[in-house]
Design a protein around this ligand. Structure first.
Ligand code: PNS
Length: 159
């Protein structure tokens, strides 16, 4: 079924994101993983680093394109000529925010639909923020992010 855009901050990409992308490939012929470039939001990794990490992980996957965007997501969808936004859902806590975003995006562009996939239960509690916090405080996050991301986190945090 066509193409979808999987947008996010990906600061950094986690195994939860990777599992959503792999599930997304079951549903869509092509996925554009789109990293938000938001100068207002403080990030650990630059947008270039985030894109590079995702490209490394999916280097052998021709159905995945990795890109970055700024401005409105629906404008980016239009520019890429893609009508589906893919988002992952973890616990119920994600629901309200996702519902708000999906409705706002539909309000902004009625031609764009949002599709949700459930995160793998092994990564239900994993988020970029919690991974960053644990890693900053010296916690072992090597099972929660791809190996290349774990080593980049160590390098970034000077460990
Ligand atoms: O990984 P995140 O931080 O949950 O991803 C949020 C993201 C990037 C999908 C969202 O913030 C976004 O789409 N930002 C672009 C600006 C936009 O289109 N805003 C209006 C719709 S809510």
């Amino acid at each position: 079924m066509g193409a979808a855009i999987y947008p996010g901050s990906f600061d950094p990409i986690t195994n939860g994101h990777v599992s959503i992308i792999r599930s997304g490939l079951v549903c869509f012929d092509r996925l554009v993983v789109a990293v938000l470039k938001n100068p207002k939001k403080k990030s650990l990794f630059t947008v270039e680093e985030r894109v590079e990490m995702i490209r490394e992980i999916f280097a052998d996957e021709p159905k995945i394109e990795v890109d970055h965007f700024d401005g409105l997501l629906v404008d980016y969808c239009r520019a890429k000529n893609v009508r589906v936004i893919l988002r992952g859902l973890r616990a119920v806590a994600d629901f309200e925010y996702e519902l708000q975003m999906a409705n706002m995006n539909r309000h902004l562009n009625k031609d764009v639909e949002t599709a949700f996939l459930m995160a793998n239960d092994a990564y239900f509690y994993v988020s970029s923020n919690i991974v960053k916090e644990a890693a900053t405080l010296g916690g072992d996050v090597s099972k929660l992010v791809p190996p290349s991301v774990a080593s980049r986190l160590r390098a970034k945090l000077g460990r």
